[in-house]
Design a protein around this ligand. Sequence first.
Ligand code: GCO
Ligand code: MG
Length: 403
Amino acid sequence: MSTIERAEVLVTSPGRNYVTLRITTSDGVTGLGDATLNGRELAVASYLQDHLVPLLVGRDPARIEDTWQYLYRGAYWRRGPVTMTAIAAVDTALWDIKGKVAGLPVYQLLGGRSREGVLVYGHASGADVPALLDDVARLRDEGYHAIRAQTAVPGVAGTYGVYSGSGVYEPAKGSLPDEQPWSTEKYLDFAPTYLAAVREKFGFDLHLLHDVHHRLTPIEAARLGKELEPLRLFWMEDPTPAEDQEAFRLIRQHTTTPIAVGENLTSIWDVQHLITERLVDYVRTTVVHAGGITHLRRIFDLAALYQVRSGSHGAGDLSPVSMAAAVHVDLAIPNFGIQEHMGHAGQTYDVFRSEVTFSDGMLHPSDAPGLGVEYDDEVAARFPYDPKYLPVARRLDGSVHDW
Ligand code: GCO
Ligand code: MG
């Protein structure tokens, strides 16, 4: 029987920090799993190195479900982003191995293709409305059919989601957290006007999305959702802090704007009521933070029963291993909605050679066995870990707010 011979925790920073688990079997087959948790990378690296790697060596790599149950139920201390990201890395690497052993891409192991490609949304942003409109035009010309729009709110420096300079959006900066101001009043006054400007210029033949990034109370979110109804958004993302499932009941009573949540939720228990009470339309949990392919599939299967669709997180702080895994899942599940696609800095793809391709607004996995991503140790070694924090938000009176 083939066994797990080695599990290595690899940390590299080709433009930003990534933690990766590489499992090698006694037959010499390797599998990769993303273990990146933005701003808390080394906590997951330690969880893996100190607590999971000793449990993996000698196990049968084919027993993916049993390993998942062993690491989850066997830990006693369950859930939470660090634990679930570490379990995700093991699970994803084992699916990669299973695909390579079978000679099949992972989506074939998940039941095969349900669609031709994976609809993605890109990120448009701007320091002001004209800059935003230019950016939307750029993405549309690149072939995107779905675009997320964010603009700097006048009087609120460092608004979430606004790219500074060219390249990939990167909120994690500095060796101490950047502190950014926040004004709900200014945001609520401004957001509907700039989203309306996008509709005015580009019409309705484009999916338009917007990320509120957890900033509102339920009644404020209800007001925004109501105001945005004529703009027919694809979704309003994370209107309130995601851990409060009850809050969505109030938002739901007031608006038909579709709601998406889940990028920072890590288990089926965190989305249970959101799904079974149909409080949201899209669940945005990801492979890397919600327990891997095995657990994400379980969440999406529950969601399918309630006509809730997937909309997985795909920011730059999820490595190309995560993105490839996401595309395999997205291609196979019946209730796929959309996939976020932020892209990565050029050097990231020098470390993670990914065969995922983009065409006509969709992502496509390769037909290579497994996930179709290779890790280059030599290039990775050129980019040592670089500690960075996500920002902290403060209201204009100085009190801490949700970032
Ligand atoms: C998104 C997200 C990201 C997160 C980031 C945190 O919708 O893509 O909100 O921008 O802020 O992934 O690490
Ligand atoms: Mg988001």
